[in-house]
Design a protein around this ligand. Sequence first.
Ligand code: ADP
Ligand code: MG
Length: 369
Amino acid sequence: MTFEELGLIDPIQKALKAIKFDQPTAIQSQAIPVILSGRDLIGCAQTGTGKTAAFAIPIIQHLCESTNTDKAIKALVLAPTRELSIQIGESFSLFGKFTKLKHSVIFGGVSQSKQVDAIKAGLDIVIATPGRLLDLMNQGLIKLNKVEYLVLDEADNMLDMGFIHDIKRILKQVPEKRQTLFLSATMPAPIRKFASTILQNPEEVSVSPVSSTAETVKQSIYFVEKVEKSDLLLKLVKRMNMQQSLVFSRTKHGADRLAKKLTKKGITVASIHGNKSQNARQKALGDFKAGTISMLIATDIAARGIDIQELPYVINYDLPADAETYVHRIGRTGRAGRGGVAMSFCSPEEQSVLKSIQKLIGFQIEKGA
Ligand code: ADP
Ligand code: MG
């Protein structure tokens, strides 16, 4: 399957060539025709399978082909975190580079004035986190009554993070006659039930279940006492000459403590978590992407949806509280078919989590050397 065969318009094909998307991923070749046909969609695929393009490309195409030239928000994308919203915005910039569509990202933690200015200037597409969007709606600063396309990205995470009521309130202001796209890495019963209340006769497309960790990721486990984890990390960073690694810490405090320790040892590192200001988080992410720091230490919430091109190493400094999060975390590496390495540290206290992880992924993780 090629993007040409999907019948994409030239400006999109040109944009995809420019960023070297040579062919659609599995979820893209399944979802794009469904969305172009006008149907509601449930798209279920693990992290890193290319869900953003799967929904963004057909929306851009529809809006370009539409004869409706109203200056109004016609597509609304909801996402759980600011970082993810920003990334989705960047994707719209890339895929829509050769179109005239205007989009902007709306999220909390920063002043609203620039966001309001962008809305006033006229937008076709808005990408937003639910909290700030509701805030602006309540102030009468944004109108959603012309929305034709509604996307819920990382729907499972949005519900996990308690956004259900915000989303319901937002939905009340969006026309019922619309096309709704529901993207999720997992589809447990409560999520499916919620989906059924907001979608009409959806087509469901899914590729490999969440329990199958990306085959391109080499996973290993290191059994280590809690107090010896930082030494082990240092050793591995040096031995493998890691240029870029994402390290997961269970707590915000732990992330900061580890960052301090490693900085003293000469490693360029930053931490991101919920206690950091939006600016600090964005700067850390930017520095990491630019390569001015070599390690990012993150908690799960801060890391959600973060997409860093060709991230070679993910390290579970602490194992996550639940097995599915493990799959999400290591999905940060080996994205879109590229190889990656995921190393996990397991202290005696974490043995039971390891057990449930191995049960979910269906195999024993190899012991690291
Ligand atoms: P998901 O939302 O499923 O976790 P993303 O949309 O964030 O995945 O995409 C994961 C990575 O794969 C991104 O770096 C993206 O640029 C890349 N990618 C997506 N589709 C393609 C494609 N068709 N060809 C090459 N790379 C792609
Ligand atoms: Mg995504």
